[in-house]
Design a protein around this ligand. Structure first.
Ligand code: G3I
Length: 489
Protein backbone atom coordinates (compact mmCIF):
# COMPACT_ATOMS: atom_id res chain seq x y z
CA UNK A 1 0.00 0.00 0.00
CA UNK A 2 1.48 3.30 -1.08
CA UNK A 3 0.61 6.66 0.30
CA UNK A 4 1.47 9.85 -1.48
CA UNK A 5 1.00 13.23 0.07
CA UNK A 6 1.11 16.43 -1.84
CA UNK A 7 1.59 19.93 -0.61
CA UNK A 8 -0.69 22.82 -1.15
CA UNK A 9 0.27 25.50 -3.63
CA UNK A 10 -1.85 28.33 -4.96
CA UNK A 11 -2.94 28.08 -8.56
CA UNK A 12 -4.14 29.96 -10.18
CA UNK A 13 -26.17 40.46 -31.20
CA UNK A 14 -27.85 40.92 -30.25
CA UNK A 15 -24.78 42.66 -31.57
CA UNK A 16 -22.88 39.89 -33.05
CA UNK A 17 -19.87 38.66 -34.46
CA UNK A 18 -18.57 39.42 -37.52
CA UNK A 19 -23.14 30.23 -38.65
CA UNK A 20 -25.08 25.38 -38.47
CA UNK A 21 -27.92 22.94 -38.02
CA UNK A 22 -29.76 20.18 -39.52
CA UNK A 23 -32.25 18.68 -41.75
CA UNK A 24 -34.88 16.15 -40.93
CA UNK A 25 -34.25 14.39 -44.16
CA UNK A 26 -31.19 12.67 -42.74
CA UNK A 27 -32.18 11.87 -39.20
CA UNK A 28 -29.56 10.45 -36.95
CA UNK A 29 -30.65 6.91 -37.01
CA UNK A 30 -27.34 5.28 -36.26
CA UNK A 31 -27.12 3.78 -32.82
CA UNK A 32 -25.24 5.77 -30.23
CA UNK A 33 -21.55 5.04 -30.22
CA UNK A 34 -19.57 3.73 -27.34
CA UNK A 35 -19.50 7.02 -25.50
CA UNK A 36 -23.09 7.80 -26.12
CA UNK A 37 -24.62 6.11 -23.16
CA UNK A 38 -27.85 4.27 -22.93
CA UNK A 39 -31.05 6.10 -22.39
CA UNK A 40 -32.09 3.91 -19.55
CA UNK A 41 -28.96 4.43 -17.51
CA UNK A 42 -29.64 5.48 -13.96
CA UNK A 43 -29.19 9.05 -12.87
CA UNK A 44 -26.28 8.12 -10.65
CA UNK A 45 -24.50 6.21 -13.39
CA UNK A 46 -25.03 8.98 -15.86
CA UNK A 47 -23.80 11.52 -13.41
CA UNK A 48 -20.67 9.49 -12.98
CA UNK A 49 -20.28 9.39 -16.73
CA UNK A 50 -20.56 13.14 -16.59
CA UNK A 51 -17.57 13.16 -14.34
CA UNK A 52 -19.55 14.54 -11.51
CA UNK A 53 -19.98 13.05 -8.12
CA UNK A 54 -22.58 14.59 -5.92
CA UNK A 55 -22.91 14.58 -2.20
CA UNK A 56 -25.27 16.36 0.06
CA UNK A 57 -23.75 17.94 3.10
CA UNK A 58 -24.98 19.48 6.28
CA UNK A 59 -26.76 22.74 6.27
CA UNK A 60 -30.17 22.39 4.82
CA UNK A 61 -31.55 25.63 3.63
CA UNK A 62 -34.20 26.90 1.30
CA UNK A 63 -32.94 28.88 -1.64
CA UNK A 64 -33.48 27.46 -5.09
CA UNK A 65 -30.52 25.54 -6.34
CA UNK A 66 -28.91 26.78 -9.54
CA UNK A 67 -27.26 23.55 -10.58
CA UNK A 68 -29.14 21.42 -13.06
CA UNK A 69 -28.55 17.72 -13.23
CA UNK A 70 -28.04 15.59 -16.27
CA UNK A 71 -31.23 14.16 -17.69
CA UNK A 72 -31.67 10.44 -17.68
CA UNK A 73 -32.21 10.59 -21.44
CA UNK A 74 -29.58 12.39 -23.56
CA UNK A 75 -30.66 15.50 -25.40
CA UNK A 76 -30.09 13.79 -28.74
CA UNK A 77 -32.59 11.07 -27.93
CA UNK A 78 -35.17 13.50 -26.62
CA UNK A 79 -34.75 15.62 -29.75
CA UNK A 80 -34.95 12.60 -32.05
CA UNK A 81 -38.22 11.56 -30.43
CA UNK A 82 -39.59 14.96 -31.46
CA UNK A 83 -38.22 14.68 -35.01
CA UNK A 84 -35.55 17.28 -34.32
CA UNK A 85 -31.80 17.28 -34.08
CA UNK A 86 -29.64 18.60 -31.27
CA UNK A 87 -26.19 19.75 -32.26
CA UNK A 88 -23.13 21.47 -30.91
CA UNK A 89 -20.14 23.22 -32.34
CA UNK A 90 -16.93 21.45 -31.34
CA UNK A 91 -13.19 21.92 -31.27
CA UNK A 92 -11.44 18.82 -32.60
CA UNK A 93 -8.51 18.84 -30.20
CA UNK A 94 -10.86 18.71 -27.21
CA UNK A 95 -12.81 15.60 -28.21
CA UNK A 96 -11.42 13.43 -25.42
CA UNK A 97 -12.18 13.06 -21.72
CA UNK A 98 -15.24 14.77 -20.35
CA UNK A 99 -15.64 17.06 -23.36
CA UNK A 100 -15.67 14.12 -25.73
CA UNK A 101 -18.02 12.14 -23.48
CA UNK A 102 -20.61 14.89 -23.41
CA UNK A 103 -20.25 15.76 -27.09
CA UNK A 104 -20.77 12.13 -28.03
CA UNK A 105 -23.55 11.40 -25.57
CA UNK A 106 -25.78 14.44 -25.71
CA UNK A 107 -25.68 15.57 -29.35
CA UNK A 108 -26.46 14.00 -32.71
CA UNK A 109 -25.09 16.74 -34.91
CA UNK A 110 -21.65 18.32 -34.78
CA UNK A 111 -20.46 21.51 -36.39
CA UNK A 112 -16.72 22.15 -36.55
CA UNK A 113 -16.40 25.56 -34.88
CA UNK A 114 -13.40 26.53 -36.96
CA UNK A 115 -11.90 23.42 -38.58
CA UNK A 116 -13.67 23.61 -41.94
CA UNK A 117 -13.20 27.30 -42.58
CA UNK A 118 -11.10 28.23 -45.58
CA UNK A 119 -8.30 29.65 -43.42
CA UNK A 120 -8.11 26.35 -41.53
CA UNK A 121 -8.13 23.97 -44.48
CA UNK A 122 -5.95 25.86 -46.96
CA UNK A 123 -3.63 28.15 -45.00
CA UNK A 124 -1.24 28.28 -47.95
CA UNK A 125 -2.59 28.24 -51.47
CA UNK A 126 -2.65 24.68 -52.74
CA UNK A 127 -1.51 23.25 -49.40
CA UNK A 128 -4.30 21.64 -47.41
CA UNK A 129 -4.71 20.71 -43.76
CA UNK A 130 -7.70 18.49 -43.14
CA UNK A 131 -6.53 17.08 -39.83
CA UNK A 132 -9.03 18.68 -37.48
CA UNK A 133 -11.90 18.49 -39.93
CA UNK A 134 -11.21 14.78 -40.50
CA UNK A 135 -10.97 14.22 -36.77
CA UNK A 136 -14.39 15.73 -36.18
CA UNK A 137 -16.01 13.83 -39.05
CA UNK A 138 -14.48 10.57 -37.82
CA UNK A 139 -15.66 11.28 -34.26
CA UNK A 140 -19.14 12.00 -35.54
CA UNK A 141 -19.29 8.76 -37.50
CA UNK A 142 -18.06 6.78 -34.51
CA UNK A 143 -20.85 8.28 -32.41
CA UNK A 144 -23.74 8.02 -34.86
CA UNK A 145 -23.75 11.77 -35.48
CA UNK A 146 -24.26 13.92 -38.55
CA UNK A 147 -21.93 16.77 -39.47
CA UNK A 148 -22.83 20.29 -40.45
CA UNK A 149 -20.11 21.72 -42.65
CA UNK A 150 -19.23 25.26 -41.68
CA UNK A 151 -18.54 27.27 -43.76
CA UNK A 152 -17.60 27.53 -47.45
CA UNK A 153 -17.95 31.16 -48.51
CA UNK A 154 -17.49 33.85 -45.88
CA UNK A 155 -15.83 37.21 -45.48
CA UNK A 156 -13.96 36.15 -42.33
CA UNK A 157 -11.33 33.56 -41.42
CA UNK A 158 -10.08 33.37 -44.96
CA UNK A 159 -6.39 32.62 -45.44
CA UNK A 160 -4.16 35.67 -45.86
CA UNK A 161 -3.17 34.65 -49.38
CA UNK A 162 -6.83 34.79 -50.38
CA UNK A 163 -7.91 37.81 -48.35
CA UNK A 164 -4.93 39.92 -49.37
CA UNK A 165 -4.73 38.79 -52.97
CA UNK A 166 -5.62 40.94 -55.91
CA UNK A 167 -8.04 38.92 -58.00
CA UNK A 168 -9.97 39.49 -61.18
CA UNK A 169 -13.64 38.45 -61.07
CA UNK A 170 -12.81 35.43 -63.21
CA UNK A 171 -10.03 34.37 -60.84
CA UNK A 172 -12.32 34.84 -57.83
CA UNK A 173 -14.97 32.68 -59.43
CA UNK A 174 -12.45 29.96 -60.16
CA UNK A 175 -11.04 30.12 -56.63
CA UNK A 176 -14.48 29.80 -55.12
CA UNK A 177 -15.54 26.97 -57.38
CA UNK A 178 -12.34 25.03 -56.78
CA UNK A 179 -12.62 25.54 -53.03
CA UNK A 180 -16.20 24.29 -52.97
CA UNK A 181 -15.37 21.34 -55.23
CA UNK A 182 -12.40 20.38 -53.12
CA UNK A 183 -13.99 20.66 -49.68
CA UNK A 184 -17.50 19.46 -50.43
CA UNK A 185 -16.07 16.77 -52.68
CA UNK A 186 -13.72 15.55 -49.98
CA UNK A 187 -16.60 14.99 -47.57
CA UNK A 188 -19.18 13.87 -50.10
CA UNK A 189 -21.66 11.62 -48.35
CA UNK A 190 -20.14 12.38 -44.94
CA UNK A 191 -21.30 15.95 -44.35
CA UNK A 192 -25.06 16.12 -44.31
CA UNK A 193 -25.51 19.89 -44.57
CA UNK A 194 -23.31 22.81 -45.50
CA UNK A 195 -23.42 26.45 -44.51
CA UNK A 196 -22.54 27.32 -48.07
CA UNK A 197 -22.70 31.08 -47.67
CA UNK A 198 -22.21 32.71 -44.31
CA UNK A 199 -23.32 36.16 -43.20
CA UNK A 200 -24.02 37.82 -46.56
CA UNK A 201 -26.06 40.75 -45.19
CA UNK A 202 -25.57 44.01 -43.36
CA UNK A 203 -27.94 44.90 -40.54
CA UNK A 204 -30.04 47.12 -42.83
CA UNK A 205 -30.56 44.30 -45.30
CA UNK A 206 -28.13 45.49 -47.93
CA UNK A 207 -25.44 43.11 -49.09
CA UNK A 208 -22.27 43.09 -47.04
CA UNK A 209 -19.32 44.32 -49.06
CA UNK A 210 -16.90 41.40 -49.12
CA UNK A 211 -14.23 39.88 -51.28
CA UNK A 212 -17.00 37.90 -52.97
CA UNK A 213 -19.69 40.53 -53.31
CA UNK A 214 -17.26 43.19 -54.46
CA UNK A 215 -15.72 40.92 -57.07
CA UNK A 216 -18.65 38.88 -58.29
CA UNK A 217 -21.78 40.78 -57.34
CA UNK A 218 -24.75 39.36 -55.46
CA UNK A 219 -24.87 36.29 -57.68
CA UNK A 220 -21.81 34.89 -55.92
CA UNK A 221 -24.41 33.33 -53.63
CA UNK A 222 -26.25 31.52 -56.43
CA UNK A 223 -22.94 30.39 -57.91
CA UNK A 224 -21.73 29.00 -54.59
CA UNK A 225 -24.97 27.08 -54.05
CA UNK A 226 -24.91 25.69 -57.59
CA UNK A 227 -21.30 24.52 -57.26
CA UNK A 228 -21.98 22.98 -53.86
CA UNK A 229 -24.93 21.03 -55.26
CA UNK A 230 -22.73 19.73 -58.07
CA UNK A 231 -20.05 18.62 -55.61
CA UNK A 232 -22.44 16.66 -53.38
CA UNK A 233 -25.97 16.38 -54.68
CA UNK A 234 -27.22 14.82 -51.43
CA UNK A 235 -25.95 17.48 -49.02
CA UNK A 236 -28.43 20.06 -47.76
CA UNK A 237 -27.37 23.58 -48.70
CA UNK A 238 -27.90 26.53 -46.37
CA UNK A 239 -27.38 30.25 -46.14
CA UNK A 240 -26.52 31.17 -42.57
CA UNK A 241 -26.57 34.55 -40.83
CA UNK A 242 -26.86 36.28 -37.45
CA UNK A 243 -29.39 38.82 -36.21
CA UNK A 244 -31.93 37.21 -38.51
CA UNK A 245 -33.81 35.39 -35.74
CA UNK A 246 -36.67 37.87 -35.48
CA UNK A 247 -38.57 39.67 -38.22
CA UNK A 248 -36.41 42.67 -39.11
CA UNK A 249 -34.75 44.34 -42.10
CA UNK A 250 -31.92 41.82 -42.23
CA UNK A 251 -34.07 38.71 -41.97
CA UNK A 252 -36.45 40.19 -44.54
CA UNK A 253 -33.53 40.65 -46.94
CA UNK A 254 -32.60 37.00 -46.35
CA UNK A 255 -36.23 36.02 -46.88
CA UNK A 256 -36.38 37.91 -50.18
CA UNK A 257 -33.11 36.35 -51.31
CA UNK A 258 -34.29 32.81 -50.55
CA UNK A 259 -37.60 33.49 -52.28
CA UNK A 260 -35.81 34.74 -55.37
CA UNK A 261 -33.35 31.83 -55.39
CA UNK A 262 -36.23 29.38 -55.18
CA UNK A 263 -38.04 31.13 -58.03
CA UNK A 264 -34.88 30.96 -60.15
CA UNK A 265 -34.36 27.28 -59.44
CA UNK A 266 -31.08 27.85 -57.60
CA UNK A 267 -30.45 24.98 -55.17
CA UNK A 268 -31.22 26.14 -51.62
CA UNK A 269 -32.46 23.78 -48.93
CA UNK A 270 -32.44 25.83 -45.80
CA UNK A 271 -31.60 28.90 -43.81
CA UNK A 272 -29.53 28.95 -40.68
CA UNK A 273 -30.47 31.36 -37.93
CA UNK A 274 -27.32 31.62 -35.85
CA UNK A 275 -29.00 32.90 -32.66
CA UNK A 276 -26.17 34.51 -30.76
CA UNK A 277 -28.55 36.00 -28.23
CA UNK A 278 -28.45 38.04 -25.05
CA UNK A 279 -30.17 37.00 -21.84
CA UNK A 280 -33.73 38.32 -21.73
CA UNK A 281 -33.71 39.28 -25.39
CA UNK A 282 -35.10 36.35 -27.37
CA UNK A 283 -36.95 38.05 -30.25
CA UNK A 284 -40.69 37.83 -29.77
CA UNK A 285 -41.09 37.15 -33.51
CA UNK A 286 -38.74 34.15 -33.56
CA UNK A 287 -41.40 31.51 -34.26
CA UNK A 288 -43.19 33.74 -36.78
CA UNK A 289 -39.89 34.30 -38.58
CA UNK A 290 -39.05 30.59 -38.65
CA UNK A 291 -42.54 29.90 -40.01
CA UNK A 292 -42.27 32.44 -42.83
CA UNK A 293 -39.06 30.83 -44.09
CA UNK A 294 -40.61 27.39 -43.78
CA UNK A 295 -43.55 28.63 -45.84
CA UNK A 296 -41.08 29.40 -48.65
CA UNK A 297 -40.36 25.70 -48.83
CA UNK A 298 -37.00 25.58 -47.09
CA UNK A 299 -35.79 24.06 -43.84
CA UNK A 300 -34.80 26.29 -40.96
CA UNK A 301 -32.09 25.44 -38.47
CA UNK A 302 -31.00 27.25 -35.34
CA UNK A 303 -27.31 26.94 -36.02
CA UNK A 304 -25.22 28.68 -33.38
CA UNK A 305 -27.32 29.19 -30.29
CA UNK A 306 -25.74 30.81 -27.28
CA UNK A 307 -27.24 33.27 -24.80
CA UNK A 308 -24.72 35.49 -23.12
CA UNK A 309 -24.90 37.52 -19.95
CA UNK A 310 -22.86 40.08 -18.08
CA UNK A 311 -20.53 38.25 -15.71
CA UNK A 312 -20.57 37.17 -12.98
CA UNK A 313 -23.54 34.93 -13.48
CA UNK A 314 -26.02 34.60 -10.66
CA UNK A 315 -29.12 32.64 -9.94
CA UNK A 316 -31.48 35.22 -11.46
CA UNK A 317 -29.51 35.49 -14.70
CA UNK A 318 -29.19 31.72 -15.03
CA UNK A 319 -32.91 31.33 -14.45
CA UNK A 320 -33.69 33.90 -17.13
CA UNK A 321 -31.19 32.21 -19.45
CA UNK A 322 -32.94 28.89 -18.92
CA UNK A 323 -36.25 30.48 -19.87
CA UNK A 324 -34.59 31.92 -22.97
CA UNK A 325 -33.17 28.56 -24.05
CA UNK A 326 -36.59 27.04 -23.55
CA UNK A 327 -38.19 29.78 -25.67
CA UNK A 328 -35.80 29.11 -28.56
CA UNK A 329 -36.32 25.36 -28.34
CA UNK A 330 -40.08 25.81 -28.21
CA UNK A 331 -40.12 28.09 -31.25
CA UNK A 332 -38.24 25.48 -33.27
CA UNK A 333 -40.39 22.64 -31.97
CA UNK A 334 -43.51 24.53 -33.03
CA UNK A 335 -42.52 24.63 -36.71
CA UNK A 336 -42.32 21.33 -38.58
CA UNK A 337 -39.62 22.51 -40.97
CA UNK A 338 -37.38 23.72 -38.16
CA UNK A 339 -34.94 20.86 -38.15
CA UNK A 340 -33.40 21.46 -34.76
CA UNK A 341 -31.00 23.44 -32.68
CA UNK A 342 -27.22 23.56 -32.55
CA UNK A 343 -25.49 25.28 -29.63
CA UNK A 344 -22.30 27.17 -30.37
CA UNK A 345 -20.22 25.21 -27.92
CA UNK A 346 -21.90 23.25 -25.13
CA UNK A 347 -19.60 24.40 -22.32
CA UNK A 348 -18.62 27.84 -21.13
CA UNK A 349 -15.01 26.64 -21.34
CA UNK A 350 -15.32 26.42 -25.14
CA UNK A 351 -17.23 29.57 -26.00
CA UNK A 352 -16.15 32.47 -28.18
CA UNK A 353 -18.09 35.00 -26.10
CA UNK A 354 -15.55 36.05 -23.43
CA UNK A 355 -12.91 36.78 -26.07
CA UNK A 356 -15.23 38.86 -28.22
CA UNK A 357 -17.42 40.49 -25.57
CA UNK A 358 -15.14 41.19 -22.59
CA UNK A 359 -17.01 40.87 -19.32
CA UNK A 360 -19.71 38.70 -20.83
CA UNK A 361 -20.02 34.93 -20.99
CA UNK A 362 -21.72 31.94 -19.29
CA UNK A 363 -23.58 31.61 -22.60
CA UNK A 364 -23.82 27.82 -22.98
CA UNK A 365 -25.79 25.00 -21.28
CA UNK A 366 -22.83 23.63 -19.27
CA UNK A 367 -20.52 25.61 -17.06
CA UNK A 368 -16.76 25.67 -17.52
CA UNK A 369 -16.45 22.56 -15.32
CA UNK A 370 -18.97 20.63 -17.42
CA UNK A 371 -21.71 20.87 -14.83
CA UNK A 372 -25.09 21.22 -16.55
CA UNK A 373 -26.72 24.58 -15.87
CA UNK A 374 -30.40 25.47 -15.56
CA UNK A 375 -30.27 26.10 -19.32
CA UNK A 376 -29.49 22.43 -19.83
CA UNK A 377 -32.53 21.44 -17.80
CA UNK A 378 -34.63 23.90 -19.76
CA UNK A 379 -33.61 22.23 -23.02
CA UNK A 380 -34.51 18.85 -21.56
CA UNK A 381 -37.89 20.10 -20.46
CA UNK A 382 -38.59 21.79 -23.80
CA UNK A 383 -37.87 18.44 -25.46
CA UNK A 384 -40.34 16.71 -23.18
CA UNK A 385 -37.79 15.09 -20.88
CA UNK A 386 -37.38 15.26 -17.15
CA UNK A 387 -34.39 15.90 -14.95
CA UNK A 388 -33.82 14.91 -11.42
CA UNK A 389 -34.08 17.99 -9.26
CA UNK A 390 -30.92 18.70 -7.33
CA UNK A 391 -31.31 18.34 -3.59
CA UNK A 392 -32.49 21.57 -2.02
CA UNK A 393 -29.74 23.14 -0.04
CA UNK A 394 -26.72 21.19 -1.09
CA UNK A 395 -23.04 21.39 -1.77
CA UNK A 396 -21.87 19.25 -4.63
CA UNK A 397 -18.52 18.13 -5.96
CA UNK A 398 -17.85 17.68 -9.66
CA UNK A 399 -14.73 15.85 -10.86
CA UNK A 400 -13.38 16.51 -14.31
CA UNK A 401 -10.31 15.62 -16.33
CA UNK A 402 -9.13 18.85 -17.87
CA UNK A 403 -6.36 17.37 -19.97
CA UNK A 404 -4.85 13.99 -20.57
CA UNK A 405 -1.74 12.71 -22.30
CA UNK A 406 0.24 9.46 -22.69
CA UNK A 407 0.60 8.55 -19.06
CA UNK A 408 -0.52 11.63 -17.21
CA UNK A 409 -3.55 13.79 -16.66
CA UNK A 410 -4.67 16.95 -14.98
CA UNK A 411 -7.92 16.89 -13.10
CA UNK A 412 -9.97 19.12 -10.89
CA UNK A 413 -12.83 18.99 -8.43
CA UNK A 414 -15.21 21.89 -8.14
CA UNK A 415 -17.16 22.16 -4.93
CA UNK A 416 -20.21 24.38 -5.27
CA UNK A 417 -22.86 25.27 -2.74
CA UNK A 418 -26.42 26.38 -3.31
CA UNK A 419 -28.77 26.80 -0.42
CA UNK A 420 -26.00 25.55 1.82
CA UNK A 421 -22.49 26.55 2.86
CA UNK A 422 -19.28 24.95 4.13
CA UNK A 423 -16.64 26.15 6.53
CA UNK A 424 -14.29 23.30 5.66
CA UNK A 425 -14.43 20.38 3.27
CA UNK A 426 -13.03 16.99 2.51
CA UNK A 427 -13.54 15.29 -0.84
CA UNK A 428 -12.77 11.64 -1.39
CA UNK A 429 -13.05 9.10 -4.15
CA UNK A 430 -11.79 5.71 -5.26
CA UNK A 431 -9.81 5.45 -8.47
CA UNK A 432 -11.15 2.58 -10.50
CA UNK A 433 -8.18 1.87 -12.74
CA UNK A 434 -5.03 2.35 -10.75
CA UNK A 435 -4.66 6.08 -11.30
CA UNK A 436 -2.36 7.90 -8.91
CA UNK A 437 -2.29 11.50 -7.78
CA UNK A 438 1.19 13.01 -8.08
CA UNK A 439 0.63 16.65 -7.20
CA UNK A 440 -2.20 18.85 -6.00
CA UNK A 441 -2.93 22.53 -5.61
CA UNK A 442 -5.55 24.51 -3.73
CA UNK A 443 -6.00 21.47 -1.52
CA UNK A 444 -4.04 18.75 0.25
CA UNK A 445 -4.45 15.30 -1.19
CA UNK A 446 -3.32 11.90 0.02
CA UNK A 447 -3.78 8.58 -1.70
CA UNK A 448 -3.90 5.21 0.03
CA UNK A 449 -4.37 2.37 -2.37
CA UNK A 450 -7.15 3.46 -4.67
CA UNK A 451 -8.63 5.91 -2.17
CA UNK A 452 -7.88 9.60 -2.51
CA UNK A 453 -8.80 12.10 0.15
CA UNK A 454 -8.37 15.83 -0.37
CA UNK A 455 -9.04 18.54 2.16
CA UNK A 456 -9.10 22.27 1.94
CA UNK A 457 -6.09 24.51 2.10
CA UNK A 458 -5.86 27.10 4.85
CA UNK A 459 -7.39 29.74 2.62
CA UNK A 460 -10.29 28.00 0.85
CA UNK A 461 -12.22 25.97 3.40
CA UNK A 462 -15.14 28.37 3.23
CA UNK A 463 -17.63 27.80 0.44
CA UNK A 464 -20.48 30.29 0.79
CA UNK A 465 -24.03 29.77 -0.39
CA UNK A 466 -23.87 30.44 -4.12
CA UNK A 467 -20.08 30.14 -4.19
CA UNK A 468 -17.59 27.55 -5.28
CA UNK A 469 -14.03 26.39 -4.74
CA UNK A 470 -11.91 24.40 -7.15
CA UNK A 471 -8.81 22.36 -6.43
CA UNK A 472 -6.65 20.65 -8.98
CA UNK A 473 -4.20 17.83 -9.31
CA UNK A 474 -1.90 15.98 -11.65
CA UNK A 475 -1.90 12.23 -11.81
CA UNK A 476 -0.74 9.20 -13.74
CA UNK A 477 -2.86 6.60 -15.52
CA UNK A 478 -2.55 3.68 -17.84
CA UNK A 479 -5.09 1.62 -19.69
CA UNK A 480 -8.04 3.80 -18.89
CA UNK A 481 -8.78 6.84 -16.82
CA UNK A 482 -12.39 6.47 -15.66
CA UNK A 483 -14.11 9.16 -13.67
CA UNK A 484 -14.69 8.45 -10.03
CA UNK A 485 -17.66 9.54 -7.97
CA UNK A 486 -16.66 12.12 -5.38
CA UNK A 487 -18.05 12.09 -1.87
CA UNK A 488 -18.07 15.31 0.11
CA UNK A 489 -17.77 15.45 3.85
O1 G3I B 1 -5.92 28.88 -33.55
C1 G3I B 1 -5.39 30.09 -32.97
C2 G3I B 1 -4.35 29.76 -31.93
O2 G3I B 1 -3.25 29.11 -32.55
C3 G3I B 1 -3.91 31.05 -31.25
O3 G3I B 1 -3.06 30.74 -30.20
C4 G3I B 1 -5.11 31.79 -30.71
C5 G3I B 1 -4.73 33.13 -30.10
O4 G3I B 1 -5.85 33.94 -29.94
O5 G3I B 1 -6.02 32.04 -31.75
C6 G3I B 1 -6.50 30.86 -32.35
O6 G3I B 1 -7.43 31.18 -33.34
C7 G3I B 1 -8.68 31.64 -32.88
C8 G3I B 1 -9.74 30.68 -33.38
O7 G3I B 1 -11.02 31.16 -33.04
C9 G3I B 1 -9.60 29.26 -32.76
O8 G3I B 1 -9.74 29.32 -31.38
C10 G3I B 1 -8.91 33.01 -33.45
O9 G3I B 1 -8.01 33.92 -32.85
C11 G3I B 1 -10.31 33.45 -33.16
O10 G3I B 1 -10.58 34.67 -33.85
C12 G3I B 1 -11.30 32.41 -33.66
O11 G3I B 1 -12.58 32.83 -33.28
C13 G3I B 1 -13.63 32.15 -33.95
C14 G3I B 1 -14.52 33.15 -34.66
O12 G3I B 1 -15.61 32.45 -35.27
C15 G3I B 1 -13.82 33.95 -35.72
O13 G3I B 1 -14.71 34.84 -36.28
C16 G3I B 1 -14.42 31.39 -32.91
O14 G3I B 1 -13.63 30.37 -32.33
C17 G3I B 1 -15.65 30.78 -33.58
O15 G3I B 1 -16.48 30.23 -32.58
C18 G3I B 1 -16.41 31.86 -34.31
O16 G3I B 1 -17.53 31.29 -34.91
C19 G3I B 1 -18.36 32.19 -35.64
C20 G3I B 1 -18.99 31.40 -36.76
O17 G3I B 1 -18.00 30.78 -37.54
C21 G3I B 1 -19.89 32.27 -37.61
N1 G3I B 1 -20.86 32.94 -36.79
C22 G3I B 1 -20.33 33.69 -35.69
C23 G3I B 1 -19.46 32.81 -34.79
C24 G3I B 1 -18.94 33.60 -33.61
O18 G3I B 1 -18.09 34.61 -34.00
Amino acid sequence: MRTSSTSTTPSGTAGTPSSAAATPSRPSTAPPGPATGASGTSFRARLAALLAGVATVGALITAGATTAHAADTPLRDLAAAKGKVMGTAVTGSKLTGTYGDIAGREFNWLTPGNAMKWGSVEPTQGSFDWAEADQIVNFAEAHGQEVRGHTLVWHSQNPDWLANGSWTPAQLGTLMQNHINTEVGRYEGRVAAWDVVNEPFNEDGTYRPTLWYDGLGADYIASALTWARAADPAAKLYINDYNVEGVNAKSTALYNLVKSLKERGVPIDGVGLQAHLIVGQVPSTLQQNIQRFADLGVDVAITELDIRMQLPSDSAKLTQQAADYKAVMSACLAVTRCTGVTVWGFTDSDSWIPDTFPGQGAATPYDENYAPKPAYRAIVEALGGTTTEPPTGACTAAYSVTSQWNTGFTGQVRIACSGAALSSWRASWNFGAGQRITQAWNGTCAQTGATVTCSNASYNGTVPDGGSVTFGFNGSWSGSNPVPTVTLA
